[in-house]
Design a protein around this ligand. Sequence first.
Ligand code: NAD
Ligand code: ZN
Length: 246
Amino acid sequence: MSIPATLLELAPRVKSVCVMTGAGVSAESGVPTFRGTDGLWKKFKPEELASVEAFLRNPEIVWEWYSYRRKLMENVRPNSAHLAMAELETLVPDFLLVTQNVDGLHREAGSADPVELHGNIRRNHCQSCGEDPGSEFKLEDGHVPKCPSCGGLLRPSVVWFGELLPMDEFGRAERAAKRCELFVLAGTSGVVWPAASLPFTAKTGGAYILEINPEETELSRYADGIIRSRATEGVPSLLSAFKQLR
Ligand code: NAD
Ligand code: ZN
């Protein structure tokens, strides 16, 4: 695995970086991807559970699935890719970490104020009034927790299929993509929209697009440079290149 030469030329003077991550970055922490081991849970596909319609039809089963996923994530810790990204942030004057992951591992690794485009699985909010009553509410004896303010159904704070992204957060990501000189795509297949529009926004703005992924993706052909490796190798090497060259 090597760092593309054009990127090495850029690294010493880059002032603005935007990094977008996906499930691949957390895979090595042991968080299963949707298409991985929990791709099928009790014969349901994620698409059949992760929507408002599914929730309103059967909130208990949706809660049960999220309780299962929360349990899987209970003991996971950030890996060297999360940590290297948090350190890279301290070397660049303008840096934004944008993630599609809902596991909260970038925050835990020390990224200051990451954009969580698809929410955070550890938080809840009320389906009726939107209030966040805290993360301690859970499914109790099969009963879905209710909102202390309005009595509505509480739900995990993740963005479901068919729902809009949090607009202010997406705006923050778009502005960063527009102004950055280097845009890094790490561990994402780039098929989930509108997140997948961000590299195009960056490219239109003249940024160098770097992909870190062991596999080819839909976005590979638009990349200016590619590190074909796992995130735990590629991101720390990018960090050491920055440290040596700056
Ligand atoms: P995806 O599952 O579509 O793609 C994962 C990508 O990661 C693939 O391109 C794969 O080649 C790559 N990959 C696999 N192992 C890797 C490694 N060790 N290092 C680097 N890359 C690796 O994931 P996505 O693009 O994030 O889209 C899936 C959607 O599912 C997102 O919207 C996300 O919100 C959600 N999701 C989140 C989590 C999480 O929070 N950790 C887990 C599963 C799904
Ligand atoms: Zn409420």
